[in-house]
Design a protein around this ligand. Structure first.
Ligand SMILES: [Zn+2]
Length: 486
């Protein structure tokens, strides 16, 4: 009998493809899955008893802002505790490299807390991630907003000139050559809002050459969402890139129910283009505090405020009452700040999540004082609340939307399936008890029912705490493409 490093015994395997659960032992050798065989047939130096548990691929969080959290906080407890073994970073137009300026500035400070964590080029940044030996893997997009700050300085309230577009395009091209997996844009944000469709499409051109993906936090997720979808689809088409629309939502009470328009539009476009989207399982979103968003939210909670400490976790309405002023005025006094906005319809969230083009991404913001609970709760919430309790989709399909579908869409070679030859990224969880415990009141709280999480064969999380394994890597585009061809 072959001696394996680890054998996970007597579990029910959800292999990530959506195939029905089956009983099998899973053997790991080094950083790979070596065998998936009938129960009781494999022996290993270490054995993990998975009786009554599901053995799934490690989850892929396709929408994160964990770029420098991987360096500052390498155990990555907020993600490993959910069964996540790979995070896709650099979303919404903001990435920690390539960054040529000496100041971090407000936009980058959303994802960067230390100047030492930004890098002039992607190769250097990926080296910093590897040197930190994170417990889980990272794959990295280059932010169009970050590129703009390099090429245009602080003069961002206009479309880029041709020479500036060329600078951004060259930086993207160089980054993709060094291993970044694509580009993200965040046309919703002030740093990029003045960019024209042409600008983004021209900057994005290297995506087609390298096979990079394009992710978009669209210009508008409210009244003008259909127009923004057209713009996003056009940019992907012109760049020759596959598209991921970020955190798909119909935002604001007046737009509740409009998934009836956006989802058929996705289905139609998916016939002729590579398009998918990510969703987080909550009716509230979170980003910076913006006065123009107050009107569309039923409730606003403050996540952080640089100017007025002690406001994190509090309702802006109550803060305004205490200050004896309007919510808008109170928001101005807290700036710069972050907020959670209750602005989605539960039915919309459910129909988005169960659409064929949907995969799961948390959009958690790692450095917030009082974060949105999605940072610690997204994946167990989909498994426990939406799949098991509400029966929105079968467990196997929930797992597929967190693993193989995500891996394929982001070209993460040999990840996202429990299959011999694939990387040993595994999440063992209890299907009867798995659930998020993070709430809007108490957002920093590990999920229940996540038993053992392995990344590249090493234990990243076990029995409610970090497992000591620090085998995560910066996943580089060229390495993954070479392995896909091999
Ligand atoms: Zn976003």
């Amino acid at each position: 009998m072959a001696a394996y490093d680890v054998v996970i015994r007597h579990g029910q395997v959800a292999d990530g493809t959506g195939k029905k659960l089956f009983a099998a032992d899973v053997a790991l050798k080094g950083d790979r899955i070596a065998a998936v065989e009938a129960p009781g047939t494999l022996k290993g130096d270490n054995e993990i008893d998975a009786t009554g548990k599901v053995v799934a691929p490690g989850f892929i969080d396709v929408h994160t802002h964990d770029d420098t959290a991987l360096i500052d906080n390498p155990t990555m407890a907020m993600k490993a505790s959910q069964g996540v073994t790979t995070v896709v970073c650099g979303n919404c137009g903001v990435s920690a490299s390539p960054y040529l300026r000496s100041d971090i500035g407000h936009f980058l400070s959303l994802i960067v807390k230390k100047q030492a964590n930004v890098s002039k080029n992607f190769a250097e940044f990926a080296g910093k991630v590897d040197a930190a030996r994170p417990a889980i893997n990272g794959a990295f997009l280059i932010g169009h907003g970050t590129l703009r700050m390099n090429a245009m300085g602080d003069d961002l309230g206009r479309t880029a000139a041709p020479a500036e577009i060329a600078v951004m395009r060259d930086l993207l091209d160089q980054s993709l050559g060094q291993g970044a997996i694509g580009m993200s844009s965040g046309l919703f944000y002030a740093v990029a809002n003045a960019a024209s469709t042409d600008e983004v499409a021209e900057v994005a051109k290297p995506l087609g050459t390298w096979g990079g993906v394009y992710t978009a936090h669209m210009r508008d997720e409210g009244d003008d969402i259909l127009k923004s979808m057209d713009e996003t689809f056009e940019i992907g088409r012109r760049a020759g890139a596959s598209i991921i629309v970020s955190h798909h939502k119909c935002s604001g009470r007046s737009n509740f129910g409009r998934m009836k328009e956006t989802l058929p539009k996705f289905s139609e476009a998916m016939k002729s283009q590579e398009i998918a989207f990510d969703v987080y399982p909550y009716v509230a979103g979170s980003t910076i505090l913006r006065s123009d968003m107050l009107g569309r939210a039923d409730k606003v909670l403050i996540t952080w405020s640089d100017k007025v400490p002690g406001m994190s976790g509090r309702d802006l309405k109550e803060i305004a009452q205490e200050m004896g002023c309007s919510m808008r005025e109170a928001a101005d006094r807290l700036q710069p700040a972050g907020a959670i906005y209750f602005m989605m319809d539960e039915k919309d969230v459910q129909s988005a999540m169960s659409h064929p083009g949907a995969m799961i991404g948390s959009d958690g913001i790692p450095f917030d004082t009082h974060p949105h609970p999605r940072l610690w709760g997204t994946f167990p919430r989909v498994l426990g609340h939406y799949s098991r309790d509400l029966k929105l989709f079968p467990l196997e399909d929930a797992v597929r939307r967190m693993t193989s579908y995500s891996a394929r869409r982001f070209s993460l070679t040999k990840r996202g399936e429990v299959k011999p030859g694939f990387y040993a990224d595994i999440c063992v969880f209890d299907p009867a008890t798995v659930i998020d415990t993070a709430t809007f009141d108490k957002p920093i709280s590990p999920a229940r029912g996540i038993d053992t999480v392995l990344c590249n064969g090493q234990i990243a999380w076990r029995d409610g705490k970090p497992g000591g394994g620090r085998a995560g890597r910066a996943l580089r585009l060229h390495d993954m493409q070479a392995e896909a061809k091999a």
